[in-house]
Design a protein around this ligand. Structure first.
Ligand code: S3P
Length: 181
């Protein structure tokens, strides 16, 4: 594996705050923000719900991997938020690592359930029992998130600016460790 690029990559479950913290972080550090879900919607010219409904999850997962590959070619010094399922595909993990410092925003199922009540934009949570789905998926994914991460941050208790500060500090600590091994 070559040198890491200098992006900050936010991973974590749906509703863990990847987008909101990513945007705030982008303002604070004065570097751009991109969100792979949004890039995929732009490339496909249709919303994620429609990709899932028409072509299935596998089609979306392929688009995710293609999106990471493109980012490796054309993006640096950017805050990158990826979809909640991105680290689950084994082939995505080395791509995430190469993109930069991977920060896992870890939250409890209760936090996600509270935040995403009534959400209609996540195809995976539209079944009869979204609470059960959150718990099951989160447990199934925990190892993939932890394996992908350079830094793990528990985000349940942070509000707004505090969370952003915590991310900035964690990334700095990580970069210092990387520089002086
Ligand atoms: C997904 C998370 C979503 C989106 C898609 C699938 C997942 O992104 O990529 O609905 O598998 O967890 P967010 O984590 O930004 O909600």
């Amino acid at each position: 594996m070559g040198m890491k690029k200098h992006n900050i990559v936010l991973i974590g479950f749906m509703g863990s705050g990847k987008t909101s913290n990513g945007i705030a972080l982008s303002y604070k550090k004065k570097i751009p923000f991109v969100d792979t879900d949004h890039l995929i919607e732009q490339a496909e010219k249709r919303p994620i719900t429609e990709i899932f409904a028409t072509d299935g999850e596998e089609c979306f997962r392929k688009a995710e991997t293609a999106c990471l590959t493109r980012l490796l070619e054309n993006t640096d010094k950017t805050i990158i938020s990826v979809g909640g399922g991105t680290p689950v595909r084994a082939e995505n993990r080395p791509l995430l690592k190469q993109l930069g410092c991977v920060v896992y925003l870890r939250v409890k199922p209760e936090t996600v359930i509270k935040r995403l009540k009534g959400d209609t934009t996540r195809p995976l949570l539209q079944g009869d029992n979204p609470e059960e789905t959150v718990r099951r998926l989160m447990e199934a994914r925990e190892e993939a998130y932890a394996d992908s991460a350079d830094v793990i941050l528990d985000m349940d208790d942070y509000r707004n600016r505090d969370g952003v500060e915590a991310i900035v500090k964690a990334v700095k600590d990580f970069e210092n460790r990387e520089e002086k091994p």
